[in-house]
Design a protein around this ligand. Structure first.
Ligand SMILES: [Zn+2]
Length: 54
């Protein structure tokens, strides 16, 4: 069983150990399929995380 995640920027499936880029936002680690997606996320995390509060 391989643990898989979804790249929060583009929705592509990735495995954490193969993720070429990561960042920490709001005390949570996010894994990305590429540094391009990581950079896009870092620029505007709110539009990906949907941090509207609940
Ligand atoms: Zn991506």
């Amino acid at each position: 069983m391989i643990e898989t995640l979804t790249c929060p920027a583009c929705g592509m499936g990735i495995t954490p150990k193969d993720a070429p880029a990561t960042t920490v936002h709001d005390a949570q680690t996010y894994h990305f399929c590429s540094t391009i997606c990581r950079d896009a996320f870092v620029r505007d995390p709110g539009s990906y995380v949907g941090n509207t509060g609940s």
